[in-house]
Structures are given as structure tokens and as C-alpha cells.
Ligand binder design. Structure first.
Ligand code: PLP
Length: 402
């Protein structure tokens, strides 16, 4: 039976990392996979996590199973990050959180909940969206529909198109919204635009699912939650998928969360009982370590302060690299859009939709050992003061400016 199995295509993003590893060019540059890098090109463990881990090693007394939905202290900390510690949602206990293996685990549990508990058949995604969204929701049997999002002409948000698209959402259909730092475009709605988006979804009777993988990578932890909170203010029921891979640098520990918000505490109890049944059948209960590290940081004022500082350092380095990238492109007379390169500074989070075409991306890989996703999405964190010159020289060649 196994002999007739065909080779699966490599994952478009993780496959690129494999090709990068195999490249022997000492000056190779990886702007593919969405992992934060410091100036030296490393993805270090955050100091607050190192301290939390030391504490955990000292105090841990058992490797016994966690509850199906994880450690309750972790769930509480997640809800406070999402909605604010004084929020009505937290106070009235109408949200329940499950610790999931990463944000991807949260999305899969969300998909199962939508399809098998709610009986909903379709989900709306932004066009474009993170490639794995369609794959995860398709795998649970949901039909994937798309609403307009990116305006190629301005390299910004197609807000009118988005609102018109959302007006086609049917009652009970799920609408996935990126909480902040939209992947892959780096383009986010303003707070006023979020208010309108939240209202249209509510008017249509849609169920919002906010995918929140970059809290703190945009403007700040609180500011980045403004969109989610606007959606929650207008929609009594919603789902949130969190990932702490990026903002806590816990990529391989698989730390995420699935949060269900219901109209009241009684309704959420029932929903959560169903979520637990789903999880029991998929992975039974979550891995403990990464979630325990996050909960330890968030339970300690000094470690929380250190986390805020480390998060700001990552965010500020990315913003600095955006500006440097644009300055270096400008110096070489390269224009990535008719209006120039300023859009790259205006985009936010780790990614930039650079406007580079698939053909240009191919040449950058083959002839310059520069690895970028086929859509032209650049991981800005992969740029450094050391490699930006080489990067922009190569872009000048492929863009015809050199
Ligand atoms: N959602 C978005 C928008 C992402 O960009 C990512 C990761 O790249 C995820 C979810 C998944 O995160 P995790 O690595 O925690 O599974």
C-alpha cells in the first residue's frame, strides 16, 4: 500500500527554510519563514523566559498530565492579555480558554468547534491570508470563502472592498480577522475601520474568529488588542486563537490558546465542555512547559516588565529595519511601487508585502541566495545592518534599477 503513495509537495514556507539550510553560499539571506531574528541573525530565548524556566526547574514537583484545557492560571493570564484585566468579559467569566499546541493547534480546535459543534459549513478569510488558514480549515471540511483585503495599487487596505465583501457574509458564517500585524501583508485597519468591520460582522450575524499571533509586535500589547476589543464590544459571541510563538519567542514549545467568548457564564461553560471533548480526541491535553513559562512570567511583576522591554526591543528593531531597507532601496533608485517605498515603513509587524513578483523572487533565490516567499512576502526581521546592502544590491538588479 505504501509504495503507491505519491510525494507530497514541500510546504511553501517551511520548504524554503530547508532549501536555505542546504545553500552553501556564506552570504545567503533568509527572509522566508516568520521567525524573529536579532541583528546577528539569531532567534534567542528571551531573558524573561530563561528566568521563568529556572524557577520552574526549581519548583516543579510532577510531570503529571495537565487538565484537557490546560492550567487555569495560564487561561486567566491569556484572557487578561486579550481583553484587559479590568474588562467586563474577564469579570463576568463569559470567556473560557484552552491551552493549545501553538496558534496552529488553536486554529485546528477552532475549526473542529465551528464544523462539528456549531454545525457551520463555511469560513471567510481575507484575500490574501496566511497560507495555512485555508489548509487548516479545509482539512476539517469547511468551505473557504474570501473577502477583499489588500489593495495592490496603494499597497494598503482595500477598506471599501473589505466592507462590501463582509456584507455578503451569511448568518452564522465565520469570519476570520487578523488581530494585528496582518500576515502576509503587514497592513492593518485603523481603530475607526475596526469599529466598522465589527459592526458589519455583527449586522450580518457572522461569528468573528480573531487570529492573534503577533500581539505586541505592531504598536504595543494594549494598542494591538484594540481591533479585537472593538470586535468583542459589538459581538457578544466570538472566538480567539492566540499564539505566543512570536511575542514570547517560544516557537518550538508550541504555546497557543483557543478562547471562546459567549453571552454569559452559563453558555460558555457548555461551549467549553464541547471544546474539551474535541481536544480529548485530538491531542488529549496540552504540553506543559511553554505554557508554564508564560504563566510564570505573567504572574511576576518584574518578569512581566522584562517581557515588555524585550518585546519592545524586538518591535523597535523591526521598525528600524523597515526604515533602513527603504533608505537603502531609495539610495539605489529602486521603487517597489509607483508611489515609491514608503508603504514598507507604514506596514506593521514582522511582514511586508514587498511587491516583488514570483519571477523576481525566483531569480533572487537562484542567483543571489536570497530566500523570499513566492508571494513577495518579506520577513523584515531577517534584515540586518550587515545584510541590507547586499539585499538591496540584488533587488536593484532584479528590479532593473542597477
Ligand atoms: N496565525 C498566523 C497569522 C500566523 O502567522 C501564525 C504563524 O506564523 C500562526 C497563526 C501559527 O502560530 P504557531 O506557530 O504558534 O502555530
Amino acid at each position: 500500500m505504501f509504495k503507491s503513495i505519491e510525494m507530497a509537495p514541500a510546504d511553501p514556507i517551511l520548504g524554503l527554510s530547508e532549501a536555505f539550510k542546504a545553500d552553501t553560499n556564506a552570504d545567503k539571506i533568509n527572509l522566508g519563514v516568520g521567525v524573529y531574528k536579532d541583528e546577528a541573525g539569531a532567534t534567542p530565548v528571551l531573558k524573561c523566559i530563561k528566568s521563568a524556566e529556572a524557577k520552574l526547574v526549581d519548583t516543579e514537583t510532577t510531570k503529571g498530565y495537565l487538565p484537557i484545557d490546560g492550567n487555569p492560571a495560564y487561561g486567566q493570564a491569556v484572557r487578561e492579555l486579550l481583553f484587559g484585566s479590568n474588562s467586563e468579559i474577564v469579570a463576568s467569566a463569559r470567556a473560557a480558554t484552552s491551552h493549545t499546541p501553538g496558534g496552529t493547534g488553536a486554529l485546528r480546535v477552532a475549526g473542529e468547534f465551528i464544523k462539528n459543534v456549531l454545525g457551520v459549513k463555511s469560513i471567510w478569510l481575507s484575500d490574501p491570508s496566511w497560507a495555512n488558514h485555508a489548509a487548516v480549515f479545509g482539512a476539517v471540511g469547511l468551505e473557504v470563502k474570501k473577502y477583499p483585503y489588500f489593495d495592490k495599487a496603494s499597497n494598503g487596505l482595500d477598506f471599501q472592498g473589505m466592507i462590501e465583501g463582509l456584507k455578503s457574509v451569511g448568518k452564522g458564517e465565520v469570519v476570520l480577522l487578523h488581530g494585528c500585524c496582518h500576515n502576509p501583508t503587514g497592513v492593518d485597519p485603523t481603530v475607526e475601520q475596526w469599529e466598522k468591520i465589527a459592526s458589519v460582522v455583527a449586522e450580518r450575524g457572522g461569528l468573528p474568529l480573531v487570529d492573534f499571533a503577533y500581539q505586541g509586535f505592531g504598536v504595543g500589547l494594549e494598542e494591538d488588542a484594540a481591533g479585537l476589543r472593538a470586535v468583542a464590544a459589538k459581538n457578544k459571541e466570538l472566538l480567539v486563537c492566540s499564539s505566543f510563538s512570536k511575542n514570547f519567542g517560544l516557537y518550538n514549545e508550541r504555546v497557543g490558546a483557543f478562547t471562546v467568548v459567549a453571552e454569559d457564564a452559563e453558555a460558555v461553560k457548555k461551549a467549553q465542555s464541547q471544546v474539551k471533548t474535541l481536544i480529548r480526541r485530538i491531542y488529549s491535553n496540552p504540553p506543559a512547559h511553554g505554557g508554564a513559562a508564560v504563566a510564570t512570567v505573567l504572574a511576576d511583576d518584574a518578569l512581566t516588565k522584562q517581557w515588555h522591554d524585550e518585546l519592545a526591543e524586538m518591535r523597535e528593531r523591526i521598525a528600524k529595519m523597515r526604515q533602513l531597507f527603504v533608505d537603502e532601496l531609495n539610495q539605489r533608485g529602486v521603487k517597489l511601487s509607483d508611489a515609491g517605498n514608503q508603504f514598507i515603513v507604514d506596514q506593521c509587524g514582522m511582514f511586508s508585502f514587498s511587491g516583488l513578483t514570483k519571477e523576481q523572487v525566483d531569480v533572487l533565490k537562484k542567483e543571489h541566495s536570497i530566500y523570499i516567499v513566492g508571494s513577495g512576502r518579506i520577513n523584515v526581521a531577517g534584515i540586518s545592518e550587515k545584510n541590507v546592502g547586499k539585499l538591496c544590491d540584488a533587488i536593484a538588479v532584479v528590479a532593473g534599477a542597477a
